[in-house]
Ligand binder design. Sequence first.
Ligand code: FAD
Length: 423
Amino acid sequence: MKAKALTVITGVLLLTAAAAWLLRVEFAFFSNFYLLYLGLLLALLGLTFILLQFILASRIKILERGFGLDRMFSWHRIFGRAGLIMVTLHAVLIVAFRLSYFGQIFFNVFIFLGVLALLGFMVTAGLASTYKKIGLAYETWRNIHLANYVLFPVVMVHAFYHGPPGSLLYYYLYLLGLLFLAVIIYRLVRIISMRRNPYEVTEVRQEADDIWSLFFKGPRLDFKPGQFMFIQLFRDGQLSSPHPFTISASPTAENLSITPKKLGDFTMTIKDTRPGDRAYIDAPYGVFSFLNVAPGELVFIAGGIGITPFMSMLRYSYDHKLDQKVTLFWANRSEKNLCFQEELETMQKEMPGLKVIPVMSDQPDWSGEKGHIKAPVLMNYLESLGNKEYFVCGPPAMSRAVINELKQLNVSSLKIHTELFEL
Ligand SMILES: Cc1cc2nc3c(=O)[nH]c(=O)nc-3n(C[C@H](O)[C@H](O)[C@H](O)COP(=O)(O)OP(=O)(O)OC[C@H]3O[C@@H](n4cnc5c(N)ncnc54)[C@H](O)[C@@H]3O)c2cc1C
C-alpha cells in the first residue's frame, strides 16, 4: 500500500510541475510578478485538487478496486483540505499583489463568484470535520456537502474569466471541466442502473437485542466474502440515504443479507422494514477479504458488529469446506451483545481449523477471556505471531487500538488488513 501512496504523491508532484510549467509559459512576460505568479499557480493547483475530490468521493469502482474506499475517502479528506488551503492562499496572494502593484483591489462579478465559491468550500470543508461536534446529523451534513457540486461550476466560471482564450492554461481548464462532467455522468448512470435493478426484502430477522439482519432477493451479485454494499431502503414511500453495510451473507448463499446494529437515525429503523420493501443496492466495494491474500493461517479480530465480514468469510469457507486454520477473537461488552452463536458453534464443530474466542470487556462473571484484545489474550491462543494474516474489523477506536498492539508485537503492517466501519 505504501507503493500506492507513493504513486499518488508522485502524481501530485508531477501535477505541480506541470501546473508551474503551464503558468510559466503564460506568464513568462510577467516574470517579475512573483505574487501574481504564485497566486495563480496555487489557484490552478487548488482547482485541480478540488476536482480530484469529486473523483475520490464518487465510489468509482475501477479506482476503488485498487485502493479500497476507506483509503480513497481518507485521501479525499487530506487532499480536500490541501486544495482549500491552496485556493485560500491564492486569494490572499492576489489581493497582496493588487494592493502592492495597483494600490487597490478590484471587484467584479467574476471575482465575486470566486469569493462566493471559496466561502462555500470553507463551510462544506469546515462542517466535514466538525459536524459530529456540533451535533449535526450525518444526512444533514452530507446534503450540505453535496453543495460542492454547485460550487465547482461557479469556481470554473471564475477561473475561465481569468484564463486567456486559446492558451494552454485555458485548455487545461477545459480538461478539468470535462472530468467534472464525466464524474457527474458516472454518478447519474449508477443511480439509473440501481433504480432499474431493485432488490426486494425477503426476511427481517432479529439476531440480538439491537441487531437485525435483512435478506434480499434480486439481481445476482458477484462479490468476495468480506465486501460491503451501499444500500437505500424504500419504505412507506420514503427513500433513505445510502448507508454502507458489509454483506453478511456468503457469495455462496442464494440471497444477499446485511446485519445492522442499532446505532442512530437509520439503523434504529431497520426493525421496521417489512418483507416486500424495496432496496437499491450499490455493490460490491472493499478489499477486506481473505481471498485477497495468499493462502495461509488467518487471525480474525472482530469488535462487536465488526463480526459481519468474518461471518461472510466463515460462511464461504464452511460452504466450500475449506481446510483452513482460523482463529477468531471477538470482543464484546457482554454476552448480551453476541449474535450468530448457534451458527458459529456448528461451524466450530465441523471445521477443525476454526477456533472462536469471545472476549468480554464488561462482564465480570464471564468464564472465558476478559478485558481487551491485547498481547496476553493473543498469545494464549496463537503459537507464534509470525506467518499469519491478520484481519481486524470493528468500531474505529477499537480497531486502531488492536492495530497498534499488533504493530508493537512486531507484526508487519503488510500482514494487517482492516475495515474500520467508518468512511
Ligand atoms: C465499510 C463499512 C461496513 C459497515 N458494515 C456494517 C455492518 O455490517 N453492520 C453495522 O451495524 N454497521 C456497519 N457499518 C456502520 C454503518 O454504516 C453505520 O453504523 C450506519 O451507517 C449508521 O447510520 P445511522 O443513521 O443509524 O447512525 P448515525 O448516528 O446517523 O451515524 C453514526 C455514524 O455512522 C456513520 N454514518 C452514518 N450514516 C452514514 C452514511 N450514510 N454513510 C457512511 N457513514 C455513515 C457516521 O460516521 C456517523 O457519525 C459499516 C460501515 C462501513 C464504512
